[in-house]
Design a protein around this ligand. Sequence first.
Ligand code: ADP
Ligand code: MG
Length: 262
Amino acid sequence: LSAQNLSAQKLTAGKEVPVSSEPIIEIQNLNKWYGQHHVLKDVNMQVLPGQKVVVVGPSGSGKSTLIRCINRLEEFQQGDIVVNGHRLTEARNLPLVRREVGMVFQSFNLFPHMSVLENVTLAPRKLRGLSEADARARAAALLERVGIAEQAAKFPGQLSGGQQQRVAIARALAMQPQVMLFDEPTSALDPEVVGEVLDVMRGLAQEGMTMIVVTHEMGFAREVADRVVFMDRGELLEDLPPAEFFGAPRLERTQNFLSRVL
Ligand code: ADP
Ligand code: MG
């Protein structure tokens, strides 16, 4: 983890308190259309350094689109997103933001023709200018941390889904991002390996990483999230601490959703 991220936290009587109350991500009046289809409707959200936000909602509600806008994998037509002080609507900020925001996808998206080690060293060498030796040292430490050091020479196709997803997390972390985005990281996994990926994510959360996680794992949301955000039909409808979100959701649409997933 980056030193900056760790130093943004301090321990006070066993409780993590963000030193900075400046948001690291600020989404302002975000609107996006696919053709005529209005998929994000005036979305506003702030994330403080070290916060973990879990995004839930029915399929098609705009969760993926929202987090893909945060590192500009998707364009948007109105509003603004500021990441660590960089405004995404300014084109020159894009490479910076892409480096600072790590992303993990449902389908892993590893490079199939490269070894695990090469997958994790490629971007730091190309985009951060790390030497081969430094990139390898960093990759080895990260693979160790996600519990996969012994698989470094294998190709993605030789690994289980859970192992591939842990490699994908190590690959994202190798860029030393300030923020990690996860888009349903366990949805494509066999049930017996979901836990090993959630454990890695829990570890990251405990170390103070700022995280936005789209997931249907309500146990993870309850346990790890500082806030649960509920989206439905392109609108961000609730933004509450997990105890309130699960215990006393305000809206009928939220109650209906929860009655279906819990
Ligand atoms: P979620 O992740 O919550 O399931 P998405 O963000 O993937 O929802 O999708 C939001 C809406 O945008 C859906 O109605 C979906 O069909 C539509 N959509 C997503 N991607 C595209 C695309 N590339 N082109 C057109 N419509 C899209
Ligand atoms: Mg999605």
